[in-house]
Design a protein around this ligand. Structure first.
Ligand SMILES: NC(=O)c1ccc[n+]([C@@H]2O[C@H](COP(=O)([O-])OP(=O)(O)OC[C@H]3O[C@@H](n4cnc5c(N)ncnc54)[C@H](O)[C@@H]3O)[C@@H](O)[C@H]2O)c1
Length: 427
């Protein structure tokens, strides 16, 4: 693959899904290209948005209408939108559909030999992950997932301190991520039935924990409970808030437990809007962090806390007037997307074509985003979804044992010694 645009190699990109996250993180990347991306060897390349596939096409049409020059992509909608996008000549596909619609889109894109970047959570079950992994190997393409919190400088420092032995032996911790009601009641209303906020956002912290404190430990068990009644009926399958607990075992057999609380029914005028904090406790240390209380507190008459945030996180994503006069939009949420394009460009452009497979293998070893390193997160998500489904079906309080005598994921109901095996293979 070597399409040239203005003499520079170009990755032709397709977006499946064109909602909130496109607007926040992908749009700035595509709008700043060409010109800003450099490959690992320092050569410029383009990442060009060439095609979009969505359910209705209306948001993409509005976007196209609002742009004068840069934007010109094929806008596919309806039931065959994905296959038309895949046939349109794109090299790379980004999957940003609702979380229970990632698998089919990613599978079809990989089968069509496209490099794929999937929004978190990658997929909802280990069998789906196995299938994508197998297909990516067979079709010699990258299959990666976006977890932007790993690129947050505070989280990079947390991992550095742990790796360097300054923070010793994590024992337990909590993470909390609360989204406003407007998310569950407005933005996501089309697909929210049967869904829960933990699959949607606890995965950020699941990956942070797994990546930061692993890989020399093993996932042991998963439990969860939650509340219903605001987004949907109190006895229905749609969850307002979820409390998830995951337990790992260190090689020295000591356990580590993490509680992750999520909600998408926080009041819309809550000053945090999206509220995120963590605390991790070690043998010799405590790390406490707040995603947005990083020093800035802002009040503007009639504009905070809705349009502008009281305690903004400009590190994730911000629009700036640079000291040198340019306008920019940047932050780790955007960097992590650019980084994926650099990895795909490395495979395709950064060396002789006969060494492509070596470059591909090298990029597949990156455990921060490769789907092969997403097994624990997907195992937790699959367990969580099964536990919530059992609770909605009248059996609350289930627990999933990981890699026990009954199989890779075995769900135990209170009072029933015989487990339901969710995944037979080793996690
Ligand atoms: N990295 C982050 O912090 C972050 C933040 C928000 C969302 N996300 C993830 O991004 C994904 C999308 O979330 P969002 O907030 O943009 O949602 P959204 O509801 O705003 O947009 C969803 C988009 O997917 C399209 N879509 C739905 N079903 C489709 C289908 N079958 N085929 C093709 N297109 C389809 C819709 O038309 C829409 O364009 C989710 O997986 C979510 O977890 C990530």
């Amino acid at each position: 693959m070597r399409t040239l645009k203005d003499g520079v190699p170009s990755l032709r990109c397709g977006m499946i899904g064109f909602g909130m996250i496109f607007d926040e993180t992908y749009r700035p990347v595509f709008e700043h290209c060409p010109s800003s991306l450099l490959s690992f060897s320092g050569s410029p390349f383009n990442a060009e948005l060439c095609a979009v596939a969505t359910r209705t096409g209306s948001r993409a049409a509005r976007y196209l209408a609002s742009k004068t020059e840069q934007a010109s992509f094929q806008n596919f909608s309806g039931p065959n939108a994905v296959s038309r996008l895949l046939a349109s000549g794109v090299d790379v596909v980004c999957v940003a559909t609702p979380d229970d619609r990632h698998f089919e889109a990613a599978r079809d894109a990989i089968r069509a030999r496209k490099h794929v970047l999937i929004e978190k959570p990658s997929v909802l079950s280990l069998s789906e992950l196995d299938e994508l992994t197998r297909l990516a190997t067979e079709n010699e393409v990258l299959a990666k997932v976006v977890y932007h919190k790993l690129a947050d400088p505070d989280h990079k420092k947390l991992r550095t301190l742990y790796r360097d032995g300054v923070l010793k032996h994590v024992n337990n911790g909590y993470c909390s991520l609360l989204e406003p009601k407007s998310i569950s009641g407005g933005q996501f209303a089309e697909w929210i039935t049967g869904r829960n906020p933990a699959t949607y956002v606890a995965v950020h912290y699941l990956k942070l924990i797994d990546f930061t404190f692993g890989p020399n430990w093993s996932l042991d068990r998963v439990s969860a409970t939650g509340q219903r009644g605001l987004v949907g009926p109190a006895d229905g399958p749609t969850w307002d808030s979820v409390q998830l607990q995951v337990v790992y075992r260190h090689p020295d057999t000591r356990e580590a437990a993490f509680d992750i609380h999520t909600s998408w029914v926080t009041p819309d005028n809550f000053p945090g809007y999206v509220e995120q904090e963590v605390q991790f406790r070690f043998d010799n240390a405590v790390w406490s962090a707040h995603q947005r209380k990083r020093g800035v507190e802002l009040t503007v008459e009639n504009r905070t806390p809705g349009e502008l945030k009281n305690t903004p996180n400009y590190h994730y994503n911000g629009t700036f007037l640079e000291p040198w006069g340019e306008r920019s939009q940047r932050g780790y949420g955007i960097e992590v997307i650019e980084r994926f394009f650099q990895e795909a460009a490395f495979v395709e452009f950064d060396g002789p074509s006969e060494q492509r497979n070596q470059r591909l293998a090298q990029m597949r070893t990156l455990t921060y985003n490769d789907i092969t390193a997403d097994r624990n997160c997907v195992a937790i998500v699959q367990s969580l979804e099964a536990i919530l489904a059992r609770a909605a079906g009248g059996a609350p309080g289930c627990l999933v044992k990981v890699n026990g005598s009954a199989g890779g994921l075995a769900l135990y109901e209170p009072g029933n010694a015989k487990p339901l095996v969710l995944y037979e293979g080793r996690v």
